[in-house]
Design a protein around this ligand. Sequence first.
Ligand code: SF4
Ligand code: SF4
Length: 423
Amino acid sequence: MKVQDAIDTCIQCGFCLQSCPTYRIFRTEESSPRGRIARLKDVLAGTVEATPETLATFEECLGCRACEVACPSGVPYEEILLAGRARLRDMQEPPPAPARLTLRLVRSHILLRAAKGLWQMEGRRLRRAARRLHSGQSAVRLLAAMPEPEAAPTVAAGAKAVVQVHRGCVMDVVWPRTNARAVLLLREAGITADLMPASTGCCGALHAHQGDLPSARELARGVIAAFESSGGAEVVSLAGGCAAHMKTYGELLADDPLWQERAERFTRAVEDVTTLLDRQGYRVRPPATDERITYQDSCHLRNGLKVQEAPRRLIAGDGYCEMAEAATCCGSAGIYNVVRPDVAQRMLQAKVADIIDTGATTVITANPGCELQLRLGARETGDVFEVKHIVDWLWQRREEGVGASGAAMEPGTRPSPPGGEKG
Ligand code: SF4
Ligand code: SF4
């Protein structure tokens, strides 16, 4: 949809206001979805000049897409946000150095490979050093909260895989074990799965969210080409934000005649790993311990891919307790916690209070960014809970021998056809 058409779908009703975390913090029209849309409409119409304040309203947005779910008019807010940021990009102050470094790092296969090697070798030492610094600097705090480097289980070459697991960029540096575990869990559930080649690269979500659409398009083409070469029928990402972004490739490349059709095909192939496991009937028995668990939604998985019940069914059991405001952003939002640590910290504090209210000893999530942000919250409140990616939690249950069951299927069979979440 053209951005002007997208803007025109907004009827300015305000139903989205209470769903918006930044509006709930600042209580101003400029910090609301409605205000941001109206501001961009005026800028595009030329009735208002774009100013640094205009940019600030877009910079402050988490991109969590909660407003899209609340909107009765079906406003495609993310499209408007990305177009607004791209339009205002020239006015932007460069992002802080750690954010710039991250954006540059994730574009380069060579740098990513080097970072992965460095993290495997020196991650423990770097993490320990960050912990000793007791710095208030957000990048240092996040480094201190990183999970320890851990060897990934071996993924043996299998039959031609139907489901391809996109390794991601930061995910492949810090969480390669989670990607490998996902492949093995999917295989156990009867789905032929494999890792996409390491050279596939980043999906471009971080670049798109920073308004750098040319880079986002270039990275999207690389992922589509790699997926086509794999011969897979479905592609999953263990990062909710990346999966939701890959689902927008059709829109992102809609004006590119050479790639439009391929991008549309790719978009239809994007799936979520918890949805696939749930459809196969994969279950682990709840632990026979007093572990009490809760689940924090990944905004993009819930609001973008509309996945909320499948992960909950996978972890359901006596020890589960639903958290208040589980659907509200934790403040991670890509690199938002580096670019706007002030707002991110306020959101994290509210989130930690909700977690503590549940009495949970483990918080499960489905996105590495959320995991890291919540680990930061745990670390800075006395480690009263631990945080795990859902794939790591399922893997741990399996390793503890509490048993797993999956619908028996012959290798090479396709997962059940998509049909939305089972209700
Ligand atoms: S974005 Fe949707 S809910 Fe918000 S003001 Fe516009 S039409 Fe209403
Ligand atoms: S994406 Fe999230 S933070 Fe941004 S306007 Fe929508 S609800 Fe508010």
